[in-house]
Design a protein around this ligand. Structure first.
Ligand code: SF4
Ligand code: SF4
Length: 479
């Protein structure tokens, strides 16, 4: 039976409840009065200086997704833009994935690292190799990483992950530093999550891949990941272990997207109900070509139109959750999704093990094909020309603004008071240390314009002081 507060996967991601929700959505998809009421109620509103938005339940979001009326969809897209602006403003946070090891004992049918793939070279970075990768990433200007590793207790035990995190944080090359390490590793025990927490990780990210249990078991025919309940309950264990920020994700294309959206939002509702905090981030990858993986072999691929609808609905449903899009997607679709609610993007990613320290992009161990292959400087320049402020900010985690403290600021829109000035500070560091001449010129003009329009005089003064100090060689200021 459906119970969002249950700790049992089959109860908080309840198959019957999803089917009921989808059936109800189909039956009511032409009920424009109800649909418009739901859209109106999801609009942001003010209480004093605070901005609030109610979000959408999995049922309401499923109903909007079922609707095919174009006028309604224009309203939904406009509402997604409005919420994005109200809660996040113009800043876009940038990060990079770092692949540590592609040894894996699982058999995920959509991933080239599956253990039956006998021709892909297997690699695991030594601590010295990690150092080289991190220096290469720092030399581009990155400050925030997401580490990735296959599941293999022999080759990639938790001790290896912990050593790697330590190595990453320890490297200070020129003015570079990695200030936040997010971790994307397999579901594990409360004890191991406690160790990750102690190592100072940012967000613990684990993609559900699909919420459909039967499909999940077929897509993961063997290996530890085969256990749907253990995988689905991982975020509960992570939060119980004291990790404050967790990131969800679905691999769109594996199952029917309507089912996945309902499941994803039920997962968010469950975390909110049990722990009082929703997901810190949600990622929306689509299945991509890779070594022995053909995306056309999967029946549930989604086109760009559906993808945009899903992004907009997630934005409206969980206004307080960061939304991530990777370099799996092309420049064009990334631009469109940035407007509809995406708040974080990866830039200049290499999805192979050891890819950053090589001049040419290696493809032999890539986990997926990279569509957006621009350099970090090009991505930063592009974002600014689109009217966004590229941000390398990691301030919240370092100021202890995590978990419910972070959520409170986010849910009231007050986080914006930190996000924009921190974006300006970290952009300035990038311009000083890593940018091309054109990017620097564009960035300086953006900063000047930002300061001119800043109404809070005290903030403007502090920000100006910090920017002057950055000019003089100091680094790492934050609000
Ligand atoms: S998705 Fe992860 S667990 Fe599955 S085969 Fe790839 S690396 Fe291994
Ligand atoms: S201030 Fe916090 S929420 Fe805003 S960009 Fe920085 S780390 Fe993210």
């Amino acid at each position: 039976m459906y119970n969002k507060s249950s700790k049992t996967a089959s109860e908080f991601i309840n198959h019957e409840e999803i089917l009921e929700s989808l059936k109800w959505a189909e039956e009511n998809k032409n009920n424009l009065e109800l649909i418009n009421k739901i859209i109106d109620e999801a609009k942001p509103y003010k209480i004093g200086n605070e901005t609030h938005a109610k979000g959408l339940s999995h049922r309401s979001a499923s109903l909007l997704l079922a609707c095919v009326d174009e006028t309604v969809w224009n309203k939904i897209f406009n509402l997604a833009r409005e919420i994005k602006q109200a809660f996040y403003g113009n800043r876009i946070v940038i990060f990079a994935p770092l692949y540590l090891s592609n040894y894996c004992t699982n058999c995920c049918i959509y991933c080239p690292y599956h253990m039956q793939n006998k021709h892909i070279p297997r690699k695991k970075l030594s601590q010295d190799e990690i150092k080289k990768e991190v220096i290469a990433l720092q030399d581009m200007g990155h400050k925030r990483l997401a580490i990735e590793s296959g599941e293999d207790p022999k080759n990639n035990p938790i001790e290896y992950i912990l050593d790697s995190i330590k190595t990453i944080y320890s490297i200070k090359h020129k003015n570079g530093a990695i200030r936040r390490v997010n971790v994307n590793i397999a579901a594990t025990t409360v004890e191991n999550y406690k160790k990750l927490k102690e190592a100072g990780i940012g967000t613990y990210i684990l993609f559900q891949e699909t919420y459909h249990k039967e499909a999940y078991e077929k897509l993961h025919p063997s290996g530890p990941k085969h256990n749907y309940a253990y995988h689905t309950e991982a975020m509960d264990r992570a939060l119980e272990a004291g990790i404050d920020d967790v990131g969800l994700g679905v691999l769109f294309g594996l199952e029917r997207y309507k089912y996945e959206l309902a499941g994803l939002l039920m997962h968010a509702e469950h975390l909110e109900s049990v722990f009082g905090i929703g997901p810190h981030t949600i990622s929306v990858p689509r299945i991509k070509k890779a070594d022995d993986i053909d995306p056309n072999a999967f029946d549930n691929g989604i086109d760009d139109t559906i993808f945009k609808k899903l992004t907009a609905l997630i934005r409206i449903s969980v206004p307080y959750t960061g939304l991530i899009i990777s370099t799996r997607e092309s420049e064009q679709i990334r631009r469109e999704l940035l407007e509809l609610g995406v708040t974080q993007i990866s830039g200049a990613s290499r999805t192979s093990v050891g890819g950053y320290s090589q001049t040419e992009r290696p493809t032999d161990t890539e986990q997926f094909d990279v569509s957006d292959q621009r350099s970090l400087d090009e991505v930063v320049n592009w974002l600014m020309k689109l009217g966004f402020i590229p941000s390398f900010c990691t301030a919240c985690y370092r100021e202890g603004r995590t978990g419910d403290r972070f959520m409170k600021l986010c849910k009231t829109g007050q986080i914006q008071n930190c996000c924009a000035p921190n974006a300006i500070i970290t952009l300035k560091e990038f311009l000083e240390d890593y940018a091309s001449a054109d990017t620097k010129k564009t960035g300086e003009a953006l900063i000047k314009n930002y300061l001119e329009n800043l109404k809070n005089e005290a903030l403007k003064e502090t920000l100006k002081n910090n920017l002057t100090k950055i000019d003089q060689g100091e680094r790492d200021f934050r609000f």
